[in-house]
Design a binder for this molecule. Structure first.
Ligand code: GDP
Length: 430
């Protein structure tokens, strides 16, 4: 029995949804370990379309336990909405099928307000946040002034936690020209929502430990991508949590030894949403074509994604920082019909060839991609389910990618359909 962590190995939007869905069918427990309700994806199960952005993918399948770990920041009002929406579609959600870690910090309405007020300021470069309060909620967690799930159970504790947060927030709001927080209204709202959250509250670390000892398969579902990691991403244009695989342990309360296989999701080309460095970005017809063929628009925000050729330098780096054992290579079909494909194999920085993305933002901005060219293929790879269905050039492209990133392909995805997948290594059985 193996526990598998799935992480995006680029800037997010790698097609994690399809792969996580495929794996979650085979898992007993599916756990989120970072991020918030910005992890938008669409699942299609037996023809029914489900939109999820907070709850683990396993929730739409009966007989699984879905877990929200302490590494997540939780918006209780969004939780309620997502649960109600899914129930309306016939999904059964009970304290037996959904557990939320008691030590999970909450996203409050004041966090979203702060997020939006800051992004609206011209003086600070925009980070490109989704404005949902996720960053400010993480700030409060580290600042030791968060309201956590367990605090909702006791009215006196709740008041004192809110007061602690407001000392900080009111000072900040004055500086931003916002009204002070309406304490009474915030407390009322929290008291009202408390039962909805508390119904699912559990000591998740303990439950997971028991599941692991009983030989259950646990799937850790990552959101965003490793290049958005707070430590190893293109800081400061990053998300506010650790995204890399090690976070699966700290974000749920399991030891690193509980993770048996790290599956990195890698798209056959590169995209990025919002601001920040992107060395292999294309501003030409090829970039346009990748965006159109790949439908590169955000699921949550609708924002157009920036596109570029496959950047092997970045993926080699994220495979290292997450300890990726194998990749799921997605959207290969989007490359169909290109006469020539390019792969970024190194950067030129101030006249020197380097094989990694430097940490300093100004150095990142000066990196010029060095490309290797490969012949494309004219046949369609869409829907291929075996290596035999692929043109020789496509196989060569995949093999070259494996070589450059120093990591094997475990799964190859050739369309949005779950069956259109070539399985090389089963992460649960490896
Ligand atoms: P996620 O956030 O990592 O789940 O990625 P997104 O949901 O933003 O992007 C995945 C999109 O690509 C979805 O619309 C999928 O249906 C689609 N998709 C996933 N795998 C493939 C694939 O192999 N080929 C094509 N053409 N589309 C895919």
């Amino acid at each position: 029995m193996a526990n598998v962590v799935v992480v995006g190995a680029q800037w997010g939007d790698e097609g994690k949804g399809k792969i996580v869905d495929w794996l979650s069918e085979r898992a007993d427990v599916i756990a989120r370990f970072q991020g918030g309700h910005n992890a938008g994806h669409t699942l299609v199960v037996d023809g029914e379309v489900y939109k999820l952005s907070l709850l683990p993918s396993g929730i739409v399948r009966g007989g699984k336990l879905s877990v929200i770990g302490n590494g997540v920041v939780l918006d209780p009002w969004h939780l309620k909405k997502e649960i109600e929406g899914l129930r309306g579609q016939g999904v059964e959600i009970t304290p037996e099928t959904l557990m939320i870690a008691e030590n999970t910090p909450l996203i409050l309405p004041i966090h979203g307000e702060l997020d939006r007020a800051r992004e609206a300021q011209n003086s600070v470069a925009k980070i490109g946040t989704t404005g949902r309060g996720i960053g400010p909620a993480y700030e409060d967690k580290v600042g030791r002034r968060a309201v956590r799930v367990a605090d909702l159970a006791d009215p006196a504790t709740l008041e004192s936690r809110v007061d602690r947060a407001l000392v900080h927030h009111d000072a900040l709001r004055r500086g931003l020209g916002l009204e002070p927080v309406d304490r009474a209204a915030l407390l009322d709202a929290l008291r009202e929502i408390a039962p909805t959250v508390l119904e699912y509250a559990a000591p998740v670390w303990k439950v997971l430990d028991e599941k692991r000892r009983a030989g259950r398969r646990i799937l850790f579902e990552g959101a965003q991508g490793s290049l958005l990691d707070i430590d190893f991403g293109t800081y400061p244009f990053v998300t506010s949590s650790n995204v890399i695989a090690g976070q699966a342990a700290t974000g749920t309360g399991m030891g690193p030894g509980a993770i048996d296989f790290v599956l990195g999701i890698v798209k056959a080309y590169t995209t990025r949403v919002g601001e920040g460095p992107f060395p292999a970005e294309l501003h030409d017809a090829d970039g346009q074509r990748l965006g159109e063929r790949g439908h590169e628009f955000g699921t949550v925000t609708g924002r157009k994604r920036r596109c570029g050729w496959f950047d092997a330098v970045l993926v080699r780096q994220t495979c290292a920082t997450s300890g990726v054992n194998g990749i799921a290579f997605t959207k290969l079909d989007v490359l169909d019909g290109f006469e020539t494909l390019k792969i970024c194999v190194a950067y030129e920085l101030d006249g020197q060839r380097i094989d990694y993305l430097p940490t300093a933002a100004d150095a990142q901005a000066r990196c010029v991609p060095i490309y290797e060219e490969m012949p494309g293929w004219s046949q369609s790879t869409e829907g291929a389910r075996s290596w035999g269905d692929l043109p020789a050039e496509a196989i060569k492209y995949v093999r070259r990618v494996e070589e450059l990133i120093r990591c094997p392909v475990a799964l190859l995805s050739t369309s949005p359909e779950r069956e259109d997948t070539i399985l090389v290594t089963d992460p649960f059985e490896d």
